[in-house]
Ligand binder design. Structure first.
Ligand code: HEM
Ligand SMILES: *[C@@H]1O[C@H](CO)[C@@H](O)[C@H](O)[C@H]1NC(C)=O
Ligand SMILES: *[C@@H]1O[C@H](CO)[C@@H](O)[C@H](O)[C@H]1NC(C)=O
Ligand SMILES: *[C@@H]1O[C@H](CO)[C@@H](O)[C@H](O)[C@H]1NC(C)=O
Ligand SMILES: *[C@@H]1O[C@H](CO)[C@@H](O)[C@H](O)[C@H]1NC(C)=O
Ligand SMILES: *[C@@H]1O[C@H](CO)[C@@H](O)[C@H](O)[C@H]1NC(C)=O
Ligand SMILES: *[C@@H]1O[C@H](CO)[C@@H](O)[C@H](O)[C@H]1NC(C)=O
Ligand SMILES: *[C@@H]1O[C@H](CO)[C@@H](O)[C@H](O)[C@H]1NC(C)=O
Ligand SMILES: *[C@@H]1O[C@H](CO)[C@@H](O)[C@H](O)[C@H]1NC(C)=O
Length: 328
């Protein structure tokens, strides 16, 4: 090659790099990654998700939570969907196996995707897109989901236990667990706002009602009237009853969660803990009492951040055929 040709080819490559950078973020995700390989991919996800949500709107919070659990354990790599194998216990099995729902929705979407474009769309992208579509479909906010995630091949219950924040986490533990994922205090208080929709089992918070410090006491940081109300719903050792996390507004994606937390009626210690830090508590207060809520805009930004955690792209990982098992 002559030196002129070399220079030309260098400039061309530089240009291509700059062009590619425009639609690719640092982690290698793209806008409409499947445009050429599976044009209908995002429509299929939306249509199948809509079908399920119209039959059971409670699947919307379930899908949002699944995305969170996926991203916090080994990155957003679809590992939350894997079944246990003969030799390993999967994330799904982590005690108390996280009470996740919506696996059937992901399976139905994935089947439709495989029918239209076999071996193209990852399970990890399917979860990320379905979570966004579910929240949008119940008239919540929306956010951009870049695509091109690939699927991991490992899912370990032990990692779910160490990476997912437990409901009894205090503000220090929450900040640490979020920081490990590259998320800020602001992301913590904003993403906790996801608890504006959905329900919890009594066992996730009943320690606050009955035996908070081992003396048969209740959590003094919770409004005593609310403790009494919850005790009526949740008897000790109840394993089945479901309680709204944002009472009266739990099917509506809005900023009312912050009113609940501000009124000392946050269901988990992790919700209440947001009042124990200056900046998170001022966010709660502003959203609860201010006239203009920034929650939707903030939630969009934080979800876009969360959905990039530890993604596999390029030739890493694989495109699973069946989301519950690694390809043979
Ligand atoms: C900040 C730390 C967090 C803790 C400690 C936490 C804990 C929990 C717990 C214990 C439940 C109830 C599980 C049950 O008993 O059935 C729950 C439900 C839920 N969480 Fe979180 N969570 C956190 C952050 C998040 C984030 C970041 C999101 C999403 C962006 C999220 C979305 C949800 C949703 C939507 C539900 C309701 C699920 C349903 O109705 O099926 N959570 N969370
Ligand atoms: C999605 O649903 C819309 C409206 O029902 C329909 O027009 C469209 O063809 C569907 N797209 C795919 C890819 O299934
Ligand atoms: C994964 O586990 C679920 C629940 O045990 C089971 O219904 C499903 O058939 C399994 N999927 C595969 C592909 O083994
Ligand atoms: C797992 O165990 C089952 C039943 O014991 C056996 O049929 C199967 O071959 C095993 N799979 C692997 C990958 O070892
Ligand atoms: C959760 O774990 C229990 C016991 O470990 C098991 O019986 C149940 O099937 C699991 N549920 C899911 C959804 O994996
Ligand atoms: C969302 O808004 C549409 C149009 O206003 C309405 O028909 C639908 O019932 C709403 N869905 C939910 C879950 O609020
Ligand atoms: C938070 O919990 C950890 C672990 O249980 C504990 O060591 C720490 O002292 C607690 N921090 C605060 C501020 O309560
Ligand atoms: C309350 O907690 C203490 C200490 O952990 C325990 O000894 C006691 O049995 C608990 N009481 C109930 C009713 O669970
Ligand atoms: C609940 O479980 C605890 C510990 O397993 C036990 O000590 C207690 O007696 C049970 N309470 C009721 C009301 O069954």
């Amino acid at each position: 090659m002559s030196s002129r040709k070399l220079v030309m080819s260098f400039l061309l490559q530089l240009l291509l790099c700059l062009l590619a950078f425009d639609s690719t973020n640092a982690e290698g995700l793209h806008k409409e990654f499947y445009k050429k390989t599976c044009r209908q991919a995002e429509d299929i996800v939306q249509n199948v998700t809509a079908k399920f949500i119209s039959q059971d709107p409670r699947l919307a919070p379930a899908l949002l939570r699944m995305h969170f659990h996926d991203c916090f354990v080994r990155g957003c790599d679809g590992s939350v969907l894997l079944n246990s194998t003969n030799t390993t216990q999967a994330e799904k099995e982590a005690a108390p196996n996280q009470t996740l729902k919506g696996f059937d929705v992901i399976d139905a979407i994935k089947s439709a995707l495989e029918e239209a474009c076999p071996n193209v769309v990852s399970c990890a992208d399917t979860v990320a897109l379905a979570a966004r579509d579910a929240v949008t479909l119940i008239n919540g906010t929306s956010w951009e989901v870049l695509t091109g995630r690939r699927d991991g091949t490992v899912s370990l219950a032990s990692e779910a236990l160490t990476n997912l924040p437990p409901p009894f986490a205090n503000i220090t533990e929450l900040r640490t667990l979020f920081a490990k994922k590259g998320l800020s205090k602001k992301d913590l208080v904003v993403l906790s706002g996801a608890h504006t929709i959905g329900v919890s089992h009594c066992f996730s918070f009943s320690n606050r009602l009955y035996n908070f410090t081992g003396k048969g006491d209740s959590d003094p940081s919770m409004d005593p009237k609310y403790v009494a109300e919850l005790k009526k719903k949740c008897k000790p050792n109840d394993t089945t009853t479901l309680v709204e996390m944002d009472p009266g507004s739990s099917t509506k994606f809005d900023s009312h969660y912050y009113v609940t937390v501000y009124d000392r009626r946050g269901l988990f210690q992790s919700d209440a803990a947001l009042l124990n830090d200056k900046s998170t508590s001022s966010y709660v207060e502003r959203e609860a009492t201010g006239r203009a809520t920034k929650f939707f805009k903030d939630f969009k930004a934080s979800m876009e951040e969360m959905s990039r955690i530890g993604v596999l792209t390029g030739t890493d990982g694989q495109i699973r055929k069946n989301c519950a098992v690694v390809n043979k």
